[in-house]
Design a protein around this ligand. Structure first.
Ligand SMILES: NC(=O)c1ccc[n+]([C@@H]2O[C@H](COP(=O)([O-])OP(=O)(O)OC[C@H]3O[C@@H](n4cnc5c(N)ncnc54)[C@H](OP(=O)(O)O)[C@@H]3O)[C@@H](O)[C@H]2O)c1
Length: 163
């Protein structure tokens, strides 16, 4: 499994159940990486998406403890065990963990590759993930140049589990 996320300087990822910023270049990268693949998210992240439905042209898995939960374009699962069993049918490099914090913080150690967009600055987040730079099981293998969109500077880093 892969993980894909955008963080600020404090490893913040969201506020008010939304993203920290809208960065078109990062959105394009997210779309390019995940299109026609499998995405995995928590119920709150689903509910932050437009029309509260799964992403177009992707197989969407949503984790919730609510047995009655339903959402358009989504396959609903109720435990990590059920999720991981389902994911066995896909090549691991075609599966992307797309949030939010509860999902990233618990499941990132199962990911081989982490695509982390680093937004420069403090965006006043209320939701944070683990600082992966402090996890010595992972190393940065690719780091883009600094890019800029709408005044926001960012770079995209690929982390891989150390062999
Ligand atoms: N920067 C980024 O790249 C990025 C990406 C995605 C999301 N985000 C942001 O992250 C924030 C949301 O993160 P979050 O941590 O609050 O929510 P979340 O992880 O999206 O969803 C949490 C919900 O997922 C379900 N869940 C998680 N683990 C479960 C388990 N083991 N078993 C059953 N259900 C489980 C529960 O749903 P129930 O309560 O229904 O049981 C839980 O309340 C938002 O601000 C969002 O915009 C940022």
């Amino acid at each position: 499994m892969n993980m894909i996320v955008a963080v600020d300087d404090n490893w913040g990822i969201g506020k008010n159940n939304g993203l920290l910023a809208s960065v078109p270049g990062d959105m394009a990268f997210f779309k390019y990486k995940t299109m026609d693949h499998v995405v995995v998210m928590g119920r709150k992240t689903l509910e932050s998406l437009p029309n509260r439905r799964g992403l177009f042209r992707r197989t969407n898995y949503v984790l919730t403890s609510n047995p009655d939960f339903e959402a358009e374009r989504c396959i609903i699962v109720h435990s990590d065990e059920e999720l991981l069993k389902e994911l066995e049918q896909y090549p691991p490099d075609e599966v992307f963990l797309i949030g939010g914090a509860s999902m990233y913080n618990r499941l990132y150690p199962l990911c081989d590759k982490l695509y982390i967009t680093k937004l420069e600055g403090d965006f006043g987040a209320d939701t944070f993930i683990t600082n992966i730079d402090e996890d010595d099981r992972y190393e940065v293998t690719v780091e883009s140049d600094v890019m800029e969109d709408d005044g926001i500077r960012y770079r995209i880093c690929t982390y891989e589990r150390k062999k």
